[in-house]
Design a protein around this ligand. Sequence first.
Ligand SMILES: [Zn+2]
Length: 213
Amino acid sequence: MDELRREVCALHAELPRNRLVAWTSGNLSARAGDAMVIKPSGVPYPELTPESMVVCDLYGDPVEGSLAPSSDAATHGYVYRALPDVGAIVHTHSPYATAWAIRGEPIPCVMTAMADEFGGEIPVAPFALIGDEEIGRLIVETLAEHRSRAVLMRSHGVFTLGETPRDAVKRAVMCEDAARTVHLARMLGPLEPLPAGDVDALYDRYQNVYGQH
Ligand SMILES: [Zn+2]
């Protein structure tokens, strides 16, 4: 558990470094068996330490640590309970992705990097208030129909899921990058989605062949 606290704390630094969060917004959690390690609520990123990370059960109730967990803890817990293959979750209000979320528009799959990483569009889940499991339920429901492990929450921000904390952080960075680039392309004129067969081929290659094996 100490090792996981260290890893989750260290990866939190990637969120401000990649300009995905402002002030104390956003959070990262990682599953640890039938518990999770998550950011404490309202603590600025430079002040986070491994000891300040909160251990919660999968209903978002703290079991270790003296600080209150992120207000999204119940949502993270819901996703871990519903999706056993998910090992980590990142939440941000990164500006370009959130702009699409405010519009309630999915980010269309119009470039190879999106097909690679997300296997199609990045969908939008309906609006929900923060604080209980409702956001978690909508994340699971919306992603059930998509290969994407990133989802925009209407008028709110982004959640990304990963097998490991690093996967989930990478997806948060890639989602913001895609949101920005597709936004710029749309300013230049109408967009044309990639053909489904090409998306499938790109996704398959990236997931199974690309990188060091
Ligand atoms: Zn939020």
